[in-house]
Design a protein around this ligand. Sequence first.
Ligand code: MP5
Length: 548
Amino acid sequence: MNPRPDTPRRTPRVLTIAGSDSSGGAGIEADLKVITSHGVYGMTAITALTAQNTHGVNEVHVVPAVFLAKEIAACVEDVGVDIVKTGMLASEESIRVVASALQEYSIEKTVIDPVMISTSNYQLLPDSAVSAYITELLPRAYILTPNIPEALRLLNLPAIYELRSIDEVVLLAQRLHALGPNVVLLKGGHLPFKPSPRQCGSKYGFVVAESESEKISAVDVIYDGEEVDLIVNDWVKTTCTHGTGCSLASAIAANLARGHSARDAIREGCRFISEALKSTQSAIMSHVPIGNGPYSPLNHLYRINKLLDSPSVHIPPGGFIDWLLRHPKVKDIWYQYTHHEFVDKMGKGTLDVERFKFYLQQDYLFLIQFARANSLSGYKSGRLDDICRSAAIVLHIQKEMALHINYCAGFGISKEELEKGVEHQACTAYTRFVLDTGVKGTQLHLQIAMLPCLLGYFAIADRLYTSRTIRTTEEGNIYYKWIQNYVAEDYREAVVNGKQLLEKAVEGLGSSTLEELVEVFAVACKMETGFWEMGMRGQPTESFDVKK
Ligand SMILES: Cc1ncc(COP(=O)(O)O)c(N)n1
C-alpha cells in the first residue's frame, strides 16, 4: 500500500563505523559526503583518527573500543539506524565491539567494507585482527564489499596471487560467500580487464589486461549464493581514486536505507562510483584534483555539483531575473548602472541641464539602433506572434521618439538638431554590441542584451520616484517628467510582459547557456554605465558620424 501523501516520511538513516581521514578523501568524511549526496541522514561512530592527506597516512590514533561502543549506542538508542556501514575498524577490540552491537541491537542490514590497507600502502587493520574479522563480522555482513587484495587476505591467499580471468575472481567471491555474508560484491577496481570471446579462457568473457591498451573494462562480481552477476563499466583512467572503496560502500548503504534491494543498491552504487570517476577525467569535466599528492580524492560531490549547476535547482520557475540580478558577475555591475551619479543627480534635480541635453540627443540616436535591434529580434524568430511583438515594440519606439522630439523641444533642441546628431562612442559601442550579439547569438541572447535597458530604466525611475530625496514636482525638478515616464503604467506593463516572456524562454536551459546569458547581460549593463558616464562627462569631440 502506498503511504498516504500526508503521512510524514522518515528520513532514511545510515550509521557509518569507520576511521576519520583528516583530509576528507576517505573514511568517515567520504562516507558522510556520499551518504548526504544520496539524501540520507548520516551518523558516525569513529574508530580511529588518521593524520593523512593525498600523500599518505602519517599517523593513526585508535579510539578506545569502550568509547566506540558508546558512540554506537548514542546513535542507535536515540536516532535509530536503518543501515550500518563499516570501514576502517583499526583494532580487534573494535571489531568485537561492532559485532556485539550488531547483535545487541539486532541490526541485520549491514554493509561491511573490510578496510585493511590504504591505497597509499598504510596498514589500517593489524594482521592479528583478521581472524576476528572473519569469525565476528563476515557472518553478520548483509553485503560484504572487499577489493581483490582484501579478498585474498580474508581467504588467506598470498597477496601476489595471480589472477588471469574474471572466472577466478568469481571463484574468490564464491569462497568469500561461504564465510557467511549474505551477498558478496568483489570489486575489480584494482584489476583492469579486456573482453574476450567466451571460448577463449573465460566463461564470463573477461581476461585480465596485460598492457595499457588492453585496460578496457572494470568488472565487479556479485554473488549471493545462487547467482553470479557481473557489473561491467568502462575502465576509467584517473588519479582521483582515494576513498573510492569507502564511497562505494556508503553509496550502497544509502541505497539500502532508501529501500533498494541488495542487488539494486549495489548496481546503483557502482554506477555512482563510475560516474564520479568519469567526472574527474579532465578532458570531459576540467576537474582539478584536490591536494598535491598522488592519491587525490574521488569526486564525491559530483552529483551535488551537477544539481547546483542545473537550472531547475538553482532557479525556481519565474526566478530567472532575480537570479540574474544577484549573480556574482552581475550584482555590482547592475548596482553601478542603476545608482550612477547621473541618475542620482536627476533625482535631486541638480544635474547640469547641458549634460542632460547631450544625453537626450544621444538617447535619440540610441533608440534608432534599438529599433533595428528589435527588428532583428523579429527576424530571428520563426513564430508570427513573436515577429508581430517585435514589430509592435518598433512602433512603440517610434512613438517614444515622437515624444522625445516634443520633450527635447522643451529643452530647446529642435527635431533637425536631433536628427543631424552624431553618435558618441559610448552610444555606438553599446548599440553595436547589442546588434552584434543578436547577429551572432540566438533571439534569446539578443533579448538579454536589450534587457538592462528595459529593466534598468524602470528600476532607476522607480527608485528615484519612491525615494525621499527626489524633488517631486515639475517645478522643483526639471527631470521629474523623465522619471515619471519610466514609472508610467504603459512602461510598467511593458516591463512585466517582457519579464514574463523571458522567464518562459529560459525554462529548462542548461547551465552553460545560462552563463552565456549572464555574460551578455553583464556587458550590456556596463555599456549602460558607459552611457551615463557619457551623459556626465562625454564630449561631442568623442562622437563619430557612423552613418557615413
Ligand atoms: C580512514 C581511512 N579509511 C579508509 C581508507 C582507505 O581508503 P583508500 O584505499 O582510498 O586509501 C583510508 N585511507 N583512511
